[in-house]
Design a protein around this ligand. Structure first.
Ligand code: SIN
Length: 302
């Protein structure tokens, strides 16, 4: 396996490994370590069916299913379909997934760990790939946060609400999303997490508060919370913390939700098809010391 950093603030390209085959313990350990270090790993030229995608993703933890029960592989429901393609007048996938800054599943009690996204169709115009996914580095955002604000927020928590992002997407012109039903809201109740988390792989602190889902700093009054959230969002999205991934067909991208934010750029039209297959993996295991000891034995021995 070869791991070549992109030279940007995030990202590495990983070659010399076939992800349709089961990963050895040593290879998984190398991938996890690289994920902590680079945040976004691109594995080009992979050929994966839905089952292989699920098996690979489940090495990192349990997969979260969709809240609506729509837009997944017919035989492998853990594999979600993201697409602007319509067949017989009907959408075949979720067309507006992730189209603003957020990190997946911060709204859950058990937060998200990784996304595994496989490119089947990439839109192109004049030979240039469209529909890039942009990332922001939350290790760097924490490191470079104003020291006074950092020490003030040190023991504070934020509430994250799934409905915030959902409603924002719904307000966009042409949105196909209906309001969440009471049952769907009950499946995704708001959750509270520390504003700063210690990353389970790197052992370093990250800023864990994203514009998509964070609605309130709980220890501050509402007006102050709004001011601080605005300042945090502005800080964490500075271009110097960002890295843009341009897709090619058969790329498999794995990214770390704990140490990054992301944003899917909708710069393509309905006539420029994009089709992605996605597994959203939760962080049940990555915070479990036993899993970490087995998955990263060299770190435990150090
Ligand atoms: C997502 O946010 O999971 C989707 C990202 C993308 O389609 O680029």
């Amino acid at each position: 396996m070869m791991i070549e950093p992109t030279g940007g603030i995030l990202g590495a390209v990983v070659t010399g490994i076939d992800l349709s085959q089961p990963l050895s313990g040593a290879d998984f350990s190398t991938v996890l370590t690289a994920l902590g270090r680079h945040g976004v790993l691109r594995f080009p030229g992979q050929t994966l069916g839905a089952r292989e995608l699920k098996v690979f993703s489940e090495r990192f933890g349990p997969i979260q299913g969709s809240v609506t029960g729509k837009f997944h592989d017919p035989e492998v429901p853990e594999v979600g379909i993201l697409s602007n393609i319509r067949e017989n007048g009907q959408p075949i996938g979720l067309a507006d997934a992730g189209q603003d800054w957020h990190t997946d599943m911060s709204y859950n009690r058990v937060i998200g760990f990784v996304n595994v996204l496989y490119a089947v169709k990439v839109p192109r115009r004049d030979g240039k790939a469209l529909g890039s996914t942009v990332f922001a580095n939350m290790h760097a955002a924490y490191d470079e946060l104003d020291p006074a604000l950092k020490s003030r927020l040190e023991d504070m928590t934020a509430t994250h609400d799934f409905n915030k992002f959902w409603e924002e997407m719904r307000r966009r012109p042409g949105s196909m999303r209906g309001p969440l039903t009471p049952e769907q809201r009950a499946k995704r109740p708001p959750s509270v997490h520390p504003v700063f988390l210690t990353h389970p792989i790197t052992g370093r602190k990250v800023l864990y508060c994203n514009p998509g889902y964070a609605i309130r700093i709980n220890e501050l009054d509402e007006a102050e919370s709004d001011r601080v959230l605005t300042a945090l969002f502005e800080h964490q999205l500075q271009p110097r913390f960002q890295y843009s991934n341009e897709w090619s067909e058969n790329d498999l991208l794995v990214w770390d939700h704990i140490g990054t934010l992301h944003n899917a750029i909708p710069d393509y039209t309905a006539d420029e098809p994009r089709l992605m297959k996605r597994c959203q993996v939760m962080a049940d295991w990555i915070f479990d010391p036993e899993f970490l000891r087995r998955a990263l034995p060299q770190r435990s021995a150090a």
